[in-house]
Design a protein around this ligand. Structure first.
Ligand SMILES: [Zn+2]
Length: 383
């Protein structure tokens, strides 16, 4: 009898403990499984490092990043879930796929469902020394060719999300497209400019005078000088941690195969992030900014305008110090707003696009076939 009483007591206690646990939302009690896969470019030919993979479940965003070989392992709640794969802030390249996650099991995503799709409308201006369009095409993506003259036509360029400005696309002429390019970046357009194409940003024809005519960026933000020599910079440093993690290397040799390349002589460190630098001179060789915004140019968003998707800064309810930038269906905004998320990427309250300036680029005759090509692939996917 005594024994039976003890059993009843333990049973009663168990029910109380069980009930309490039910009342408290404890993420450690959620049944989970693993998802694994390899993220590649649209044509399946290149593994994509640094892509975020995530599952939205209630207030939680379960996320992981692909390593340099494109592999990921993500733990997420069981059931049928939508797996999102994105690079950059998710506005230009992304994929979603349904996945059935089983308790304590690992589900492998089929390679065909882990290919990163091009969402962005992309254009490029043909250059004399750089053919970034070959890198774009090698990943299985496409870009429209537009002319230097087209850049002054805002109605035309505002259809695009990204414009690639190849080195030498305007020869030695002064560049004067500033109002349209300023409006393009302010309203969310992203730019790639290589070497002599610095003139689009800061004006002049690369003679090295920081107060040159033209360009849409203030003179104190960037200055370049066409004084680079034919050289190979050995062991150039990848100083940006996410770029290093995405490519899997911290150093690379960069070949400058033509003289008079545009050296970065001065830049505003509060405005630009340095991605790659010269280890002996500490000169910046590749920089990125999303700080440009011209209040007088604010207008309708450029490009595909999200197409029903919005980029947000998700603030994890239990981990507010580690916000993440993701792009989600606009329908889910109310739920995200309710737990304190903000509209736009975490590192920028403006809606402006990203600018990459690189002193090195593809070789005049085509692709590089070395580590600098992997860097340029990263730039394409993270604009
Ligand atoms: Zn959220």
């Amino acid at each position: 009898m005594k024994a039976l009483k003890n059993v009843s007591f333990i049973l009663l206690l168990s029910i109380i403990v069980w009930s309490c646990k039910d009342d408290i939302i404890d993420p450690t009690n959620i049944e989970k499984g693993m998802i694994e896969g390899i993220v590649t470019s649209a044509n399946g030919s290149k593994a994509i490092g640094g892509a975020i993979v995530f599952v939205l479940d209630g207030e939680e965003v379960y996320h992981a990043y692909t390593d340099a070989t494109g592999n990921f392992n993500l733990e997420a709640p069981i059931g049928t879930q939508t797996l999102h794969i994105q690079t950059g802030d998710g506005t230009n390249f992304r994929t979603s796929t349904e996945v059935n996650i089983e308790k304590d099991q690992t589900t492998t995503i089929d390679a065909s469902n882990a290919r990163l799709n091009q969402v962005a409308n992309i254009a490029y201006v043909v250059g004399s020394f750089d053919e970034i369009q070959l890198v774009i095409n090698s990943l299985g993506y496409s870009a429209d060719e537009i002319t230097y003259a087209d850049l002054s036509n805002y109605n035309l360029i505002s259809q695009y999300d990204i414009i690639f400005l190849n080195c030498g696309s305007n020869g030695m002429d002064f560049i004067n497209t500033d109002p349209s390019l300023a409006a393009f970046v302010t309203n969310g357009g992203s730019l790639y400019a290589s070497d002599w194409a610095a003139s689009y940003l800061v004006g002049g024809n690369g003679t090295g005078t920081c107060d040159a005519e033209g360009g849409f960026m203030a003179n104190d933000k960037l200055c370049t000088s066409r004084t680079g020599q034919v050289t190979t910079i050995m062991g150039a440093q990848v100083v940006d941690a996410s770029l290093a993690a995405s490519t899997g290397f911290n150093n690379l040799d960069i070949e400058y195969d033509a003289p008079q390349w545009d050296m970065i002589t001065n830049y505003d460190a509060n405005y630009w992030d340095v991605l790659i630098s010269d280890p002996s001179t500490n000169d910046a060789l590749m920089i990125r900014s999303n700080q440009f915004a011209d209040a007088s140019s604010v207008g309708d968003p450029v490009g595909n305008n999200g197409d029903g998707w919005i980029t947000i800064c998700h603030i994890p309810p239990g981990n507010p110090d580690n916000p993440i930038t993701i792009t989600v269906s606009a329908n889910s905004w109310d739920a995200h707003e309710a737990h304190g998320d903000t509209m736009g990427p975490c590192d920028n309250t403006d809606t402006s696009g990203t600018i990459y300036y690189t002193t090195f680029h593809t070789h005049a005759g085509g692709l590089n076939h070395d580590n600098s090509e992997a860097i340029l692939e990263y730039v394409v996917l993270n604009l």
